[in-house]
Design a protein around this ligand. Structure first.
Ligand code: PLP
Length: 445
């Protein structure tokens, strides 16, 4: 299951250690069907991460491939620059129809980072168009991941991936996320304090994920998002829900905004929109804001990309979203949520290295430590060893694809395809149990 290092030499991998790259110890997956993947030696893996929080509808869907093929044969490409394509228009209408409130306009790009970048730029140009060019500052939260382009990275709150690229853009500040807070209103007021510290006339945008991935599936306490909405309204600051992971069913609702019951000004999305059959990112924007910019003297959103609204990707999005709707894929996730959660909570009782289970829908973090009962964390050296080598090996040996992550504390991230049945969830939980046993064994040696 490892790559030929000589072949890998030509491919620069993303966020991958140089040692794994040079010795070829990265998995090579070649086939997928439903919740399973196969590697180049024919070994089967349960995809407990949906690729990378992406493959909502499962692998190997012929109908989505056919829709893309039909579009490519008819017309593979026209741009979204001063032109449009019927499939792109249809995709925007479909997504806008599912989005909450008056989030009825979509700006398409090709990734989550570009979606966040687009939100940062839209906020700036919108405020300028309304006579407020000074509203350039952006507030986001610690340990949040918002992407890798320089704007999105400046909003990102994970120090380890920011550090190599400093100095980042000016005007980006961070507030605590909701981890450890039980009073949602008080926690949201930390954002208000930051707006006042920066000066409301300078602040243009607040970015938060409904359930934050960085730091581990952090669910907000009651009242947090309502208070965020109130604060942003009070100071005329735009509110972006970064839903690159949360949207398209991951939390058991179409959008994370539905999960928290608040209509933000913008939603950034990507991953689940096509279930990974083709790259799509996008920014949902409230109609009045788009009209405000387009109808102003500015008259344009001065931003775009060659691949934005690519017809073949749009065909994938339409086929994926309509199939998810017609086959009640999100309903499956919502119906099994309680069962999945219970099975994960049972794991806590059985494993002392499992500190806490957090999350919603089909999106969970299992935080890891030395001993829950004795309240002992892993040392830095143990975390490095567990996350860097021990857990990846145990996960692979268990025939699993899940993520061992140390950003914001050591944890396992689980995010299976939304089609996963009780039987597949059982298999996932039982395999994770084997991994946790293996971890505990390694810690005592
Ligand atoms: N925003 C969030 C919340 C994400 O989780 C991610 C990626 O995981 C991104 C933005 C960046 O998306 P991409 O990797 O498609 O650029």
């Amino acid at each position: 299951m490892t790559a030929n290092p000589a072949d890998l030499r030509h491919l620069v991998l993303h966020f991958t250690k140089g040692s794994a790259w040079s010795n070829g110890s990265v998995p090579i997956y070649t086939k997928g069907e439903g919740c399973y993947l196969w590697d180049d030696e024919g070994r089967r893996y349960l995809d407990g991460l949906a690729g990378l929080f992406v493959v909502q509808i499962g692998h190997g869907r012929r109908d989505i491939a056919d829709a893309m093929g039909a579009q490519a044969s008819m017309l593979a490409y026209t741009p979204s620059w001063s032109a449009a394509h019927p499939t792109t228009i249809e995709a925007a209408k479909l997504i806008a129809g599912l989005a909450p409130g008056d989030l009825d306009s979509v700006f398409f790009v090709s990734s989550g980072s570009e979606a966040v970048e687009s939100a940062i730029k839209f906020a700036r140009e919108y405020h300028t168009s309304q006579g407020n060019p000074g509203r350039t500052r952006v507030i986001s939260r610690i340990n949040a991941y918002h992407g890798t382009t320089m704007g999105a990275l400046s909003a990102t709150g994970l120090e380890a991936i920011r550090a190599p690229f400093k100095p980042l853009l000016p005007g980006f500040s961070k507030v605590p996320n909701t981890l450890g807070y039980t009073n949602g209103v008080a926690c949201a007021q930390l954002v208000e304090e930051e707006i006042l510290r920066q000066g409301p006339e300078h602040v243009g945008l607040v970015i938060a994920e409904p359930v934050q991935n960085g730091g581990g599936a952090i669910c907000p306490p009651d009242g947090y998002w309502l208070e965020l909405r109130r604060i942003c309204d009070k100071y005329d600051v735009l509110l972006l829900a970064d839903e690159v992971i949360n949207s398209f069913g991951r939390l058991g609702t179409w959008f994370g905004a539905d999960y928290v019951g608040v209509v933000p000004d913008m939603i950034s999305f990507a991953k689940g929109a096509t279930s990974g059959y083709s790259p799509v990112g996008g920014l949902l924007i409230r109609g009045p804001l788009v009209e405000g910019l387009m109808g102003s003297e500015e008259g344009t959103f001065t931003h775009g990309a060659t691949w934005g609204g690519h017809p073949v990707s749009m065909a994938a999005a339409i086929a994926n979203i309509t199939a998810m709707r017609d086959e009640k894929v999100i309903e499956n996730c919502a119906a099994n949520e309680k069962y999945f959660r219970q099975r994960l909570d049972d794991l806590t009782d059985a494993h002392d290295v499992l500190m806490e289970v957090r999350g919603a829908g089909y999106f969970y973090a299992l935080t890891l430590g030395r001993s829950r009962v004795d309240c002992r964390e892993l040392t830095n050296a143990q975390t490095k060893e567990m996350i860097g080598t021990v857990l990846p090996q145990l996960i692979s040996d268990a025939g699993l694809l899940i993520r061992a992550d140390d950003r914001g504390g050591p944890k396992l991230m689980l995010s299976p395809p939304l089609i996963a049945t009780e039987a597949e969830l059982d298999e996932l939980v039982e395999s994770v149990s084997v991994v946790l046993d293996g971890m505990a064994e390694r810690l005592v040696v």
